[in-house]
Design a protein around this ligand. Structure first.
Ligand code: CA
Length: 657
């Protein structure tokens, strides 16, 4: 096998820039194109089914310019399956699915040829994306498809549990409380971010009744959907139609859909479709010629190689257009080179309004690419239009994620306030803060994705059960609510996890021989843990309905007041100012423009604190229970222990006219 010494040189002569890789239908023919400059032969295999010995025929392909292999069938090849066989040095042969396949059979082994418009639900064309003008206007809710409805408490019908279809059903309940779709509407979030729904490897789709689980960060086919979320993984059309119905239903309810994409590595390495299509091109290699492992999952892809960069862009455009997606979340975005990330941003800006784009500004290991070329969070200014998960505010609020006993602002850390204040101003420069601080990393508030719980690490509630175990449950509930107020009222884009709004926990049974304690009883890395750990138990919403109502009130407060959603650092500098309380941990700030004035006060202490309101008459816009009280107040006020209070200035009658 020929190895490439300089990919940049190689790409100059061999990269292909056509937009017709994969299978393309014309009026009366089907054209297949695949790129593999060093193959000695490529063959198209047509099959009756997605698996098994049912080959119809094998057709040799012809090498055109730029390493593109082509074959033309003189009819519209529809409703059949296909693969390619790549031959190298006239002897080694690999059969694989087309990396450009848009649909596939069970377990993603063969591509499926079809006209995708046949999967459009009724009214698909007429259902627009909900409008979201700025990331700051979004409230993102991260959901795993299976977790959402697999538990009987979801109230979902048996055939919908754990599947796309559960998102399309109205009226599900657990006793008196809403679940599923109705819950999303009631909570008031603007976007659902789905953990991987592209075709991933580790769940055997042919065994729907076997106990299997995975988050899905094990990519098999980027342009195909995961079959285990379909009501019939053997029917390639079904998963496509059902996912479109999911998107359509959420769109009809004003909720956008964000897809979690994992282009940073492939589950298989030598056995991946990419490696078989062109060995040693799509993955990064170390100096010794072996695969590098910046993902921590066995390999990392090479976004700086032109044809993988093109693949990512083509794939994202296809997914965004075909499924009318509203945005993308990039897993381990720190592994992608900055140039690629900016090119993707340009493409996603062509949608109206632009699609959301954010990701993790870190990696899972060391990459051979120089760190100043990669989309690490510390290079954030070089890709300022792309959002980044704010681990600074996350850890300042609840404590470091790697030491479960580490405490944060909510749980008694009296040194977290400086980083926290930076988070409150959207992680941008602010005239009242020392701008040399590490946490001042955002180019604009639109870049800051503020959160304190995601699928990774402990849930907020589990973290509190460890690091604040000596406090009563009641005290810990207060800490949880204070955490919610902090990230939800920060400038930037708030992000929370399914069930965080009702104290989601990921219970775990300690293994034999393990000590049984607060750490071993919960799971901080549940990627393949059973449903008993991962699923959302909707009875917990009923049990913690006060917490749910508080989160709901916070979301409403944010969405109803523009001052919490300032879009530029210039506006933040102008409208937001910290108030002097005489104690850096007793944080208070004022948001004021020509029409409104809001005061937010955060008390992390276990006793009440007095706060002097600025001049004017105010009312309580949000108290520690999430309620409003229109009674006019002014001057000295009491902030209850471990709580946030929001006051709003009453407009003078004279001004109102
Ligand atoms: Ca799969």
């Amino acid at each position: 096998m020929i190895r490439i010494s300089s990919y940049a040189e190689f790409d100059k002569y061999h990269a292909y820039d056509g937009d017709d890789l994969g299978a393309t239908y014309y009026a009366d023919r089907t054209v297949f194109k695949t790129w593999s400059p060093y193959a000695s032969g490529v063959y198209l295999n047509l099959y009756l089914d997605g698996e098994g010995a049912n080959l119809i025929e094998t057709v040799p392909m012809e090498l055109m310019s730029h390493g593109v292999w082509v074959v033309e069938l003189l009819h519209r090849a529809e409703d059949i399956f296909y693969t390619y066989t790549f031959e190298y040095d006239n002897k080694t042969r690999f059969e694989t699915i087309d990396i450009y396949a848009h649909a596939c059979g069970v377990n993603g082994q063969r591509g499926y040829l079809m006209d995708l418009s046949h999967t459009d639900p009724i009214g698909w064309e007429e259902t627009p994306r909900p409008v979201c003008q700025s990331p700051c206007d979004a409230v993102v809710y991260e959901c795993h498809v299976r977790d959402f409805s697999i538990d009987p408490s979801s109230g979902a019908e048996l055939q919908d549990r754990g599947r796309f279809t559960a998102f399309t059903k109205e009226g599900t309940r657990y006793h008196s409380i809403t679940t599923g779709l109705d819950h999303l509407k009631e909570l008031g979030i603007t976007h659902v971010q789905l953990l991987p729904v592209f075709d991933y490897a580790t769940v055997d789709e042919s065994k729907p009744y076997k106990a299997q689980y995975n988050w899905g960060y094990d990519p098999l086919n980027y342009n195909c959907l995961e079959g285990s979320y379909s009501t019939d993984p053997y029917d390639p059309k079904k998963r496509i139609r059902e996912f479109k119905e999911l998107v359509q239903t959420l769109h009809k309810n004003g909720i956008g859909v964000i897809m979690d994409v994992v282009y940073n590595h492939t589950y298989f390495t030598e056995e991946s479709a990419f490696h078989k299509s062109f060995p040693y091109y799509y993955h990064r290699l170390n100096r010794d010629g072996r695969f590098s492992n910046g993902s921590g999952c066995g390999n990392e892809t090479a976004s700086e190689h032109k044809m993988f960069r093109k693949y990512m862009i083509d794939s994202l455009k296809f997914l965004a257009e075909e499924y009318k997606l509203d945005g993308f979340r990039f897993d381990l975005m720190g592994l992608h080179d900055i140039e690629t990330v900016n090119l993707i941003r340009d493409e996603l800006n062509k949608f109206d309004p632009p699609l959301l784009m954010y990701g993790e500004g870190w990696t899972g290991g060391e990459s051979p690419v120089p760190s100043d070329k990669l989309a690490y969070k510390w290079n954030s200014y070089s890709f300022g239009r792309v959002g980044l998960f704010n681990d600074n505010i996350r850890d300042a609020i609840k404590g470091g994620t790697f030491n479960p006993y580490d405490i944060g602002y909510i749980s008694g850390n009296r040194y977290a306030w400086a980083v926290l204040k930076r988070g409150l101003v959207g992680s941008v420069e602010h005239w009242q803060l020392n701008n040399a601080q590490e946490a001042c990393w955002a180019f604009e508030p639109t870049q800051a994705v503020n959160y304190c719980e995601a699928h990774d690490n402990h849930t907020l509630w589990d973290k509190l059960s460890i690091c604040a175990k000596h406090f009563s449950r009641e005290e810990r509930v207060k800490m949880d609510k204070l955490a919610a107020a902090l990230f939800m009222l920060s400038q930037g884009m708030p992000f929370l996890q399914l069930g965080q709004d009702f104290l989601r926990s990921k219970p775990r049974v300690p293994k034999a021989g393990e000590p049984v304690n607060e750490v071993t009883r919960v799971d901080h890395n549940s990627y393949n843990a059973p449903d008993s750990t991962n699923s959302v138990k909707w009875n917990e919403k009923l049990e913690n309905i006060d917490v749910f109502r508080y989160y709901k009130a916070l979301i409403r407060l944010r969405r109803n007041n523009r001052l919490f959603r300032l879009r530029t650092k210039e506006e933040i500098g102008r409208y937001m100012r910290f108030l002097d309380t005489g104690d850096p941990n007793f944080i208070a700030f004022k948001l004021e423009d020509d029409t409104d004035c809001l005061i937010c006060v955060f008390n992390p202490y276990h006793e009440e604190r007095h706060f002097l309101l600025p001049e004017g008459r105010f009312y309580i816009r949000l108290n520690e229970q999430g309620r409003m009280n229109k009674f006019p107040i002014g001057g000295d006020t009491v902030i209850p222990p471990v709580s946030a209070m929001v006051f709003k200035r009453i407009k003078k009658q004279a001004e109102a006219k």
